[in-house]
Design a protein around this ligand. Structure first.
Ligand code: CMX
Length: 136
């Protein structure tokens, strides 16, 4: 297993609108747009500085896992996402090494990526996402 790069850092927020100006104007990051990700019941906003992206996650439905997170832990850092190649093989490797996957098979994520989450209980408390970029 070898991750290629940090794809993004996910941050749980109650309102993208409320925080947009902090990332865009105060920090001066490039705003890349807002997208609905129905499979994850979230609305996401991306901001970029160099190769690093921040993903703001706002729940789009009351039973979203992000809504539960906000209720329990409040706003703040939610997950780290790594770019990988051949996500199905990477999932198999992680399972083989004893990690608990939330997703046994890739799901559609933002930016047309395929994604899969690893449970934070098996990654030292850090919710971890694998992302495979779409073919160009
Ligand atoms: N980071 C670290 N720990 C987390 C966490 C997070 N983001 N979310 C939950 N946990 C912890 C909880 O605090 C809890 O720990 P304790 O038992 O010690 O209190 C434990 O994990 C179980 O959490 P829970 O509140 O009972 O919530 P659930 O089990 O219902 O769900 C999780 C937790 C991680 C399985 C669920 O949030 C999930 O499936 N996440 C993956 C999907 C996701 O996050 N999608 C949104 C992003 C989509 C995108 O980027 O496109």
């Amino acid at each position: 297993m070898s991750v290629q790069s940090l794809n993004h850092v996910g941050i749980a927020v109650r309102s993208i609108d409320e925080q947009k100006s902090y990332y865009e104007r105060t920090l001066g990051m490039e705003f890349e747009g807002i997208e609905d990700v129905p499979s994850q019941k979230v609305r996401v906003a991306f901001f970029r500085a160099g190769d690093v992206r921040i993903e703001l996650l706002e729940p789009s439905e009351p039973d979203s896992s992000v809504a539960k997170f906000l209720e329990k832990r409040g706003e703040g850092l939610h997950h780290l996402a790594f770019t990988v190649e051949d996500i199905e093989a990477r999932i198999a490797e992680l399972k083989e090494s004893g990690l608990r996957m939330i997703d046994d098979a890739p799901r559609p994520g933002s930016h047309h990526m395929q994604i899969a989450f690893v449970h934070p209980k098996s990654t030292f408390g850090v919710l971890t996402e694998l992302c495979e970029l779409p073919e160009m």
